[in-house]
Design a protein around this ligand. Structure first.
Ligand SMILES: Cc1cc2nc3c(=O)[nH]c(=O)nc-3n(C[C@H](O)[C@H](O)[C@H](O)COP(=O)(O)OP(=O)(O)OC[C@H]3O[C@@H](n4cnc5c(N)ncnc54)[C@H](O)[C@@H]3O)c2cc1C
Length: 115
């Protein structure tokens, strides 16, 4: 009986390509979280943070897109199957790069607030 879901006799995280992808996912999530918290702290202090807020929205949206793509890729066929929620997340997460200002508009706002 198999003790774990795996491939080639080992858990998939023991394949370096998968382990590195999980490392990238965790690192990007942590970086996005820090940027969001930093922007929130600046706003809470009463300062203007237009560019910073746009950086936070852009980074969090693109991180969500990357992490969801990476989850689908890591799960292979199961990631594409409608039996698991990640397939639904793949479609839903695209909205994050569109709603409340697209990623293009976030880049526009950031560039206009440089310097
Ligand atoms: C499911 C869903 C729910 C939504 N909910 C709400 C809601 O509750 N409240 C609300 O107010 N809105 C809501 N929206 C609208 C959403 O905020 C807009 O779709 C979003 O702001 C993008 O505007 P648009 O669709 O008019 O695209 P457009 O502005 O027509 O953009 C089309 C493309 O051109 C690019 N683009 C546009 N202008 C520039 C520019 N100056 N420079 C570079 N690139 C540019 C965009 O990045 C995009 O790639 C919702 C949208 C969806 C899909």
């Amino acid at each position: 009986m198999r003790k774990h879901a795996g491939q080639f006799g080992v858990p998939i995280i023991e394949h370096q390509a998968v382990a590195f992808r999980l490392a990238d996912m965790a690192t990007k999530i942590e970086a996005a979280r820090l940027l969001v918290h930093h922007a929130a702290r600046v706003i809470d202090s009463g300062q203007t943070a237009t560019g910073l807020a746009a950086m936070a929205k852009l980074t969090a949206s693109e991180t969500a897109m990357f992490v969801t793509w990476a989850a689908v890729q890591t799960l292979g066929g199961w990631g594409y199957s409608r039996e698991f929620p990640v397939e639904q997340w793949m479609r839903d997460v695209k909205l994050e790069e569109i709603e409340e200002g697209t990623s293009d508009i976030m880049r526009l706002v950031i560039s206009r607030n440089l310097g």
